[in-house]
Design a protein around this ligand. Structure first.
Ligand SMILES: [Zn+2]
Length: 218
């Protein structure tokens, strides 16, 4: 078993199961006889060996129509960070639900979620590119966080206006964008909140001494 994400692929003997999230062997059946005048075509079912063996999932199979995964609709995309603002989370979850059907649409929605997030972080929300520049400068964001913001912005834009990059069937890249959005929330919301909470516990006298050391006035 491997932790590396291998996206579900039609007809493949093994991939990361969209139900249990484990890399596992897949067994395929292609039902065609319907008992009616019209035969069933384009239907396939992949059974996850790990789900079957462990019995930890209610369903053990994924359903495919015309080579596209249609069930389960929720993807292996990570859950939204707990500190993600509600309005942002709503769009994030919408993107999660369509990742396997359309990684492209998911990337576009994640860019929209980022637009909402920068407003929550105090930006104007008129021009995402400028807002990111402002955030990096004002919040002194590390380079890698800046790159995360720009990756979601630019790749999300390619999803809407395809150019040099095509995200059409690229579930793996879409999943990475979900991780980046959580990383951005972690750095800009969760981390400062935790540090502040902890610092509050320090006795006033010690805080005064710190202020003095750093030359800050009341
Ligand atoms: Zn499974």
């Amino acid at each position: 078993m491997s932790n590396k994400y291998i996206p579900p692929e039609y007809g493949s003997k093994g991939f990361t199961c969209p139900i249990c999230g484990t890399y596992s062997e897949q067994e395929w059946i292609y039902p065609s006889y319907s008992g009616r005048l019209t035969p069933v075509s384009g239907l396939a079912i992949s059974f996850c060996r790990y789900c079957e063996n462990t019995g930890r999932s209610e369903n053990t199979y994924s359903v495919w129509v015309n080579e596209k995964l249609v069930y389960p609709i929720s993807s292996n995309a990570p859950l939204a960070s707990e500190d993600m603002p509600e309005e942002v989370k709503e769009i994030y979850n919408e993107a999660r639900n369509i990742t396997t059907l359309s990684p492209n649409a998911a990337a576009a929605l994640l860019r929209l979620a980022l637009q909402k997030l920068v407003v929550e972080l105090g930006c104007q929300g008129k021009n995402l590119n400028e807002d990111i520049g402002e955030l990096i400068k004002e919040k002194k964001l590390p380079e890698k966080i800046g790159q995360s913001l720009d990756s979601v912005r630019i790749l999300g834009n390619y999803a809407v206006h395809p150019g040099e990059i095509e995200l059409k069937d690229d579930i793996e890249t879409a999943i990475k964008l979900f991780r980046l959005l959580n990383l951005i929330v972690d750095y800009t919301i969760t981390h400062p909140k935790e540090v502040t909470e902890l610092f509050e516990k320090i006795p006033e006298g010690k805080k005064e001494a710190i202020k003095k050391r750093d030359g800050k006035k009341e």
